[in-house]
Design a protein around this ligand. Structure first.
Ligand code: CTP
Length: 406
């Protein structure tokens, strides 16, 4: 349910902190990685040792913050999470958040984060109902902080009213719903190839091509944004790996194929890499020197494996296999014959003849499937990646409903 998700759990003070331990166990069980920040107040109720044992991660406390800062700064800690959850959230930490105080590791992290934040307040009913707390909650709500309201019931202090931390199962359910909202590909695995391949001639030279990896990387990113667990197999590129995507770097077509096969099964595969069709047969072990008689060397080329075709015919074939066709002429005819030759489901065809596609930010593509040939308007590679992803979402939903009906 929360497979691959990273949760940063901030445990602040209050008797309900003991429930945070059960929450960590439930998060781990549903596949999430949980890192915890324990405030000084929180550490009065649960020990860093029990939090570390359950989360199987280092626990971040103010006591260790200097050492932690050198290993993982509070900025990285706050940014790497898919969700920052404060549970239990004391009246004090809500006030710190509402007023932008950065007094300790927890409040500093909350001020520095750009991830979604959820709070689960838990406190004495009088404190909960106090105008100061209610005003702080209004401020937080207005800023887009998600609040899971406390339950009504008997409190540990003996009073009755609203202020109890909801049961961990209910918090887990609220968080799962939140994370899966607008994540129609959550639960699906996607494999994307991107960039060029470099086929060595000798230790210093290679055969390569002009692919920048921009389109493939944008697709990996767009699929991840819709909730898919994405593995990106990338040839050598000069752009950063997309956020929230597992990226495996390779050099050659053979390495790219091996990495793809190692990462099957997947539900969706998009082969956007510009794979070199040939490699040099018997790459030289040493740099090839200019010969005395000045005769240029000749190379015997061997055909590389076709990754798209191999995946399309694999025993673990993904439900949807998408290829690209880089053409300089006869775009649609070539794309249609590639669709058949490579046994894939869709081809995204682009004309690369005018040299304005490789490395550019915009792209002009035509979608070719067994049922349609549609030219899309010219757009940025990010927009095209989102459009391809939307089409993939519809297709996967369609397949799922067909499976259910069968
Ligand atoms: N492809 C691949 N492995 C190869 C060659 C291509 O996976 N060895 C994939 C590309 O990632 C792309 C599709 O096949 O999705 C078409 O690539 P393209 O370079 O357009 O076609 P080729 O198969 O190389 O054919 P040609 O060069 O003759 O046009």
């Amino acid at each position: 349910m929360l497979h691959g998700k990273k949760i940063l759990l901030i445990i602040s003070g209050g008797i309900a902190a003991y429930k945070a331990l059960e929450l960590i166990r439930l998060f781990k069980k549903s596949g999430a990685t949980v890192r915890c920040v324990l405030t000084n107040g929180g550490a009065q109720f649960v020990t860093p040792m029990s939090v570390a044992a359950l989360s199987e991660e280092q626990v971040f406390t103010d006591l260790f913050s200097l050492k932690d800062e050198s290993e993982m700064g509070h900025i990285r800690l706050s940014r790497e999470a898919d969700l920052v959850l404060v549970a239990p959230a004391s009246a004090n930490i809500l006030a710190q958040m509402a007023h932008g105080l950065a007094e300790d590791l927890a409040s500093t992290t909350l001020l520095a984060t750009n991830s979604p934040v959820m709070v689960c307040p838990a406190m004495n009913p009088m404190m909960w109902n106090h105008a100061a707390t209610q005003d702080n909650l209004k401020i937080l709500e207005k800023r887009g902080i998600h609040i899971i309201a406390p339950d009504v019931g008997e409190m540990a202090c003996g009073e009755t009213g609203q202020g109890r931390l909801p049961e961990p199962e209910n918090i887990l359910m609220a968080i799962t719903n939140f994370i899966q909202k607008d994540k129609p590909l959550s639960g699906y695995r996607a494999l994307v190839t991107s960039g060029p391949t470099h086929e060595p001639i000798d230790p210093v030279r290679f055969i390569g091509n002009r692919s920048s990896g921009k389109q493939g990387h944008a697709i990996a990113s767009a699929l991840a944004a819709k909730g898919a667990a994405v593995t990106l197999i990338s040839g050598p590129v000069n752009i950063p790996p997309p956020k929230g995507v597992e990226t495996i770097s390779v050099q050659t077509a053979q390495e790219m194929l091996a990495a793809c096969e190692n990462n099957l099964p997947a539900d969706i595969t998009v082969c956007a890499a510009a794979v070199s069709d040939w490699r040099v047969d018997g790459c030289a072990g040493q740099k090839i020197k200019k010969s005395a008689n000045k005769t240029p060397p000749t190379f015997q080329l061997t055909e590389n494996p076709d990754i798209l075709k191999t995946i399309s015919n694999h025993k673990n074939r993904p439900a949807l296999v998408v290829g690209f066709a880089a053409e300089t002429e006869n775009l649609i005819d070539n794309a249609k014959s590639k669709l058949i030759k490579k046994s894939c489901d869709w081809i995204i065809a682009n004309n690369v003849g005018d040299n304005e596609i490789f490395g550019a930010d915009n792209n002009l593509v035509t979608l070719v499937t067994a049922h349609e040939t549609t030219e899309w308007p010219q757009a940025s590679k990010e927009t095209i990646a989102r459009d391809i992803t939307d089409k993939i979402v519809k297709y996967m939903i369609h397949i799922k409903s067909q499976k259910k009906a069968a």
